[in-house]
Design a protein around this ligand. Sequence first.
Ligand SMILES: C[S@@+](CC[C@H](N)C(=O)[O-])C[C@H]1O[C@@H](n2cnc3c(N)ncnc32)[C@H](O)[C@@H]1O
Length: 279
Amino acid sequence: MNYRHIYHAGNFADIAKHVALLACLNALKRKDTPFMVLDTHAGRGVYDLQSAQSHKSQEAERGIQTLLQRGIDEPALSDYFAAIRARKGKRLSLYPGSPALIAAALRPQDRAVFVELMPAEARAIEREVQSAGKLNTQIEDAYESLKALVPPPERRGLVLIDPPYEEADEVKKLLRNLADAYQRWPTGLYMIWYPIRSAEQRRSMHARTEALRIPKMLYADIAVHPDDAGIGLAGSGLFIVNPPFGIESILLAAYDAIYRHIAAAGGYVEIERLTPEKY
Ligand SMILES: C[S@@+](CC[C@H](N)C(=O)[O-])C[C@H]1O[C@@H](n2cnc3c(N)ncnc32)[C@H](O)[C@@H]1O
């Protein structure tokens, strides 16, 4: 596996994914009862935006750094800016990965399990991430953890599935495991990230996921280039199973703000139901 998230941390796709993650965590906290978060592809706790890798890719520069310079007063992004500890008019030197954002959101009664295949990334989580809730980091395969940990005894919670999509059969494996997990835990909140690389690939991703016939699925797509611009990552998508009430309007306002400040010509924001309430 060649993938290193340090090259991509703080890009537009991370921003979109983390805005949605925080909105879902906020929704879970509307009730006092405990919940569990499983982050199946956790990466590391915190990313150094001054590292050689981040400078080389310039992705954070075109993403979070541009957003902070241009749009710090956007109300739709204020929770997100607070969570990443952005300061008005300042550049960000450290970008929190999903484990850091999840950990900061937990209450004492909640817990999170971070799963990561690369030992160095997993150790960084253990070193750098603290929480009021209970944390457990495992060096394991994402889909094995999904089999072992879902459903959680709490019966409330969120699963974030955020693979690197480097392997040819990733989508197939992901969808099979999502369908299995959903069967075992149909009331869980699942967020699945996917890249948008072309119009055809996006259509196929939507169609294959819809074919699982999991009800109450939403997709939230943001493209900062036209789908067929041929630049690699044109956009970022999320499927949300059992989306919390009101999430569409929260994401629409936030994604519109992201789009306004960092999109090139072309692209779009599209947040819609993928599947009906019931089959
Ligand atoms: C996109 S990054 C994760 C980013 C992170 N979720 C965030 O939002 O900050 C994907 C991570 O998955 C890890 N990974 C790849 N294959 C895996 C597998 N089969 N099981 C668990 N982790 C895996 C990679 O090492 C990488 O750190």
